[in-house]
Design a binder for this molecule. Structure first.
Ligand code: CUA
Length: 331
């Protein structure tokens, strides 16, 4: 069965505008169809027997003579195979939907009561609107500044929670130009129902043009450098400095030894944790001098700082993926 198969029911709903949508629809309608057949069959058999074998009906009631073992094993086997089949099929669609492909265009999305704050790689920022190129893989890195929100684009069959203190990836490839609804799908307070927006899918050339128009703004990396100075990270981490602090060049993607003998990969989550909870993973050979920046640096500034740290000359970036969100937060 081809997932790209134009499925008859696909346009019967919120529209179908992403690569995962036909796959989700196909499995949804198949399970619904099979369930309908089972429910219909049971209801029909029930009614039939109810009427035929009602009390005092003339229908014959001889003792059961056939052996039913083969019949029972047949239906147990058939239903097990069919429903396990649904499980594996569903799991494969889920894995496809959950793993952002390498080389996807990354866009940062921050949920906040009550708006979506969206930033593109070149720093172009927009609120409650998300412009994306048609036919290209787009990876969203979601976080929240206050409570749990959920980024929901029905036409893309995409729904992902934005959780404070975490960076979670979601991805899609838009397959149709147009404008599609964004909803917040997690109750987040008074104006939750107003936390809506639009995804605008543009042909790649027009997306590039659109992106350029916002280029007058400083990009994430430049803003990150400015914040690096403003929060006085540079006082210790720029070389030469009076304080003995780890150098941050060639850091991103490298393995870092900690003072208690562990080795950690310096990925996004590590950088984030090291800013918010510097005492958690002290680098071997250094004193735990750095103060915590928890409740000092807001989420949107953290994104810029991390973008800046990643822009410093370094190793190969670690692969993106679900692992990014799997790191537990300290209490
Ligand atoms: Cu944000 Cu509901």
């Amino acid at each position: 069965m081809s997932p790209g198969l134009a499925f008859a029911f696909s346009d019967w709903g919120p529209g179908t505008a992403s690569s995962v949508a036909p796959r989700v629809d196909l499995i949804f309608w198949t399970i619904l169809g099979v369930s309908a057949v089972v429910v219909g069959g049971l209801a029909f058999a029930n009614l039939y027997f109810l009427i035929r074998y009602r009390r005092n009906s003339p229908a014959p009631r001889p003792p059961l003579r056939i052996k039913t073992a083969w019949l029972e094993s047949a239906w147990i086997t058939a239903t097990t195979v069919i429903f396990l089949g649904f499980f594996f099929w569903g799991a494969s669609v889920y894995l496809f939907a959950e793993r952002p492909p390498a080389g996807a265009l990354t866009i940062a999305v921050t949920g906040r009561q009550w708006m979506w704050d969206i930033r593109h790689e070149n720093g172009r920022r927009e609120f409650n609107e998300l412009h994306v190129p048609l036919g290209e893989d787009v990876r969203l890195v979601l976080t929240s500044e206050d409570v749990i929100h959920s980024f929901f684009v029905p036409a893309f069959r995409l729904k992902q929670d934005a959780v404070p203190g975490r960076r979670v990836s979601a991805w899609f490839r838009a397959t149709k130009s147009g404008t599609y609804h964004i909803f917040c799908a997690e109750y987040c307070g008074t104006a939750h129902s107003g936390m809506v927006g639009d995804v605008v899918v543009l042909p790649p050339a027009r997306y590039a043009e659109w992106l350029e128009r916002g280029n007058a703004m400083e990009d994430l990396t430049q803003r990150g450098r400015r914040l690096f100075l403003r929060y006085n990270c540079s006082g210790c981490h720029d070389q030469p400095a009076a304080v003995h602090a780890p150098v941050l060049t060639e850091l991103y993607g490298a393995m870092v030894p900690t003072s208690d003998g562990r080795m950690l990969r310096a990925d996004d989550a590590y950088l984030r944790d090291s800013i918010l909870w510097p005492q958690k993973d002290v680098v071997a050979g250094y004193e735990p001098l750095m103060p915590s920046f928890q409740n000092v640096i807001p989420e949107s500034d953290l994104l810029d700082l991390i973008a800046y740290l990643k822009s410093l000359p370094g190793r190969q970036p670690p692969p993106a993926g679900p692992g990014e969100s799997s790191r537990p937060l300290p209490p």
